[in-house]
Design a protein around this ligand. Structure first.
Ligand code: CTP
Length: 396
C-alpha cells in the first residue's frame, strides 16, 4: 500500500471511533491518508485524533481558515485520491450518496471523486434491513462501488444482528488485496516454453539448435511481475529464473517438453510457446556411444509431436500464442501458423533483422493476431519485447 492515496470519509455513527484504527493501519502500511468528517462524525470522535493519526489536517466544512478567507477545495480532494473509503457509512450518508444530496463537504467530495469508492456501512440492524437502505446499497453497488459489508454481532443499541461496521483489521485485509490486485495478471496461470530441445543420438551426442531461452525467460519474468503464476518449461541451457511466481522445470527433448507442457494447459489461461522445439528426432537412439567408421553415416529422423498444434487442438478458453522464426516470406508463413495451429497471436521474428533472433539480448518482432492485424515493433531489449507481447495478450 506504499504511497497509495486514500481519502477516508467518516460519517456520524458510533463506529466512527473505528476510523482511528483504520487510519493507523493505513499509515503504518505506507499509505497517505486524508480524512473528511461530516459535522455529526465530529460529535463521536475528535478531528484532532484523526488529524494526528493521519498526519494531515481533517476537513469537515467548505470554509477553510475564516480569518484568511480560504476554502477547502472539494474538487482537488476528490481528484487527489486513488481510492475513496466511506467508513462508517450511515444509512443517511448512503441515502445522500445514492441521490446526490450535497448538504455537507463529504458529499461534495464524493460527487467530485473520479476514483473507485469503497463503502463500509454501519447502522442498527433494522436500519440495515430497511428496504430504503437495501435499495440504496444495491444501487450504489450497481454503480460499481465496492462494499465491505457490515458484520453480525452486538450493536450499540444492545440488539444483536447485522449492521456493525467491519472491523479495522478486515478493512486492512481488503485494501491490501485490493491494491495487490492492481497487478493485472493475479489469479492467472501462464504456461511458457523456452529454449532449445536436445534430441539424443546416443549417450553423448544430440541434435540441438542455437536458441538461448532468453526470450521465454523474459516473458516469464514479465508475466510473473504482473502477478501471474508461471510454469516455465525450459530446454537445456535456458537461464535459471529466481522469482517466487515462476516454477521452472528443465527438460531435454521435444518429447520431454511435450510431456511436461500438455498436462498444464487445461489449468492455464495463457500459453506462450517460445521454445525452439526440434521438428525431428532420431528414429533410434543408440544405447552405446556410436563408433566412428570409414564410410558415410546417416541418421534417420522421425517427426516430433508439435506441442503448439496439440495445444491448439485442445484449446477452449485459453489464449494460445506461438512464435515463428522465419527467413523468407515471413508474414505469409507466420499467418499460416495462426490457422494451422489454432493460435490467437503469433510472434514473428525475422532472421533478416539485425539484432533479432537466437542468442541476442535484443529482438525485433511483428505481432499478428487471428484477424490478421499486424503490429510491427522496433528493435528492443528482450525484456521490453516481453512487455509488448504481454500487453498484446492482455488486449486479447
Ligand atoms: N513448436 C512446438 N512444438 C514443435 C515444434 C514447434 O511447440 N514440435 C512451436 C514453437 O515453440 C513455436 C511454433 O511452434 O511457437 C513455431 O514453430 P516452427 O518450428 O517455426 O513452425 P513449424 O510449424 O514447425 O513450421 P516450419 O518449421 O516449417 O517453419
Amino acid at each position: 500500500m506504499e504511497g497509495k492515496k486514500i481519502l477516508l470519509g467518516v460519517s456520524g455513527s458510533i463506529a466512527a471511533y473505528k476510523a482511528a484504527f483504520v487510519i493507523r493501519n493505513f499509515v503504518k502500511s505506507g499509505a497517505e491518508v486524508r480524512v473528511i468528517m461530516t459535522p455529526s462524525a465530529t460529535e463521536f470522535i475528535s478531528p484532532l485524533t484523526l488529524a494526528t493519526l493521519s498526519k494531515n489536517k481533517v476537513y469537515s466544512t467548505y470554509v477553510g481558515d475564516k480569518t484568511q478567507g480560504t476554502w477547502n477545495n472539494h474538487v482537488d480532494l476528490g481528484l487527489w485520491a486513488d481510492v475513496m473509503l466511506i467508513a462508517p457509512a450511515t444509512a443517511n450518508t448512503l441515502a445522500k450518496m445514492n441521490t446526490g444530496i450535497t448538504d455537507n463537504f463529504l458529499q461534495a467530495v464524493y460527487l467530485s471523486a473520479r476514483c473507485p469508492v469503497v463503502i463500509c456501512p454501519a447502522m442498527d440492524l433494522d436500519m440495515y434491513d430497511h428496504p430504503s437502505t437495501q435499495k440504496n446499497m444495491t444501487e450504489l453497488k450497481d454503480r460499481g462501488h465496492l462494499f465491505i459489508d457490515s458484520e453480525f454481532g452486538e450493536l450499540a443499541s444492545g440488539l444483536v444482528g447485522k449492521g456493525r461496521m467491519a472491523e479495522p483489521e478486515n478493512i486492512q485485509v481488503f485494501f491490501e488485496k485490493y491494491f495487490g490486485n492492481t497487478k493485472p495478471l493475479v489469479d492467472q496461470n501462464w504456461l511458457i516454453t523456452a529454449g532449445p530441445t536436445f534430441e539424443p543420438i546416443d549417450p553423448v551426442r544430440f541434435i540441438g539448435n542455437h536458441s538461448s531461452g532468453k526470450m521465454g525467460v523474459a516473458l516469464a519474468l514479465a508475466a510473473a511481475d504482473k502477478g501471474a503464476q508461471v510454469h516455465l518449461i525450459s530446454g537445456p541451457g535456458t537461464p535459471r529464473v529466481n522469482h517466487e511466481n515462476v516454477n521452472q522445470v528443465f527438460v531435454q527433448s521435444a518429447q520431454d517438453m511435450f510431456d511436461a507442457t500438455v498436462p498444464l494447459f487445461n489449468n492455464s489461461q495463457v500459453a506462450v510457446l517460445a521454445a525452439a522445439v526440434a521438428d525431428y528426432t532420431p528414429s533410434h537412439v543408440a544405447d552405446r556411444k556410436i563408433k566412428k567408421k570409414a564410410n558415410d553415416f546417416n541418421i534417420e529422423l522421425k517427426p516430433t509431436r508439435d506441442i503448439l498444434k496439440h495445444l491448439g487442438s485442445l484449446k477452449s478458453t485459453q489464449k494460445l500464442i506461438g512464435f515463428a522464426l522465419e527467413t523468407n516470406d515471413e508474414v505469409a508463413n507466420a499467418t499460416k501458423k495462426i490457422s494451422s495451429k489454432n493460435l490467437d497471436l503469433v510472434v514473428l521474428n525475422s532472421l533478416q533483422d539485425k539484432g533479432a533472433g537466437f542468442g541476442y539480448d535484443t529482438n525485433k518482432i511483428t505481432l499478428i493476431d487471428a484477424k490478421n492485424n499486424l503490429t510491427e515493433f522496433e528493435l528492443k531489449s528482450k525484456s521490453e519485447v516481453a512487455i509488448d507481447i504481454i500487453n498484446a495478450i492482455q488486449k486479447l
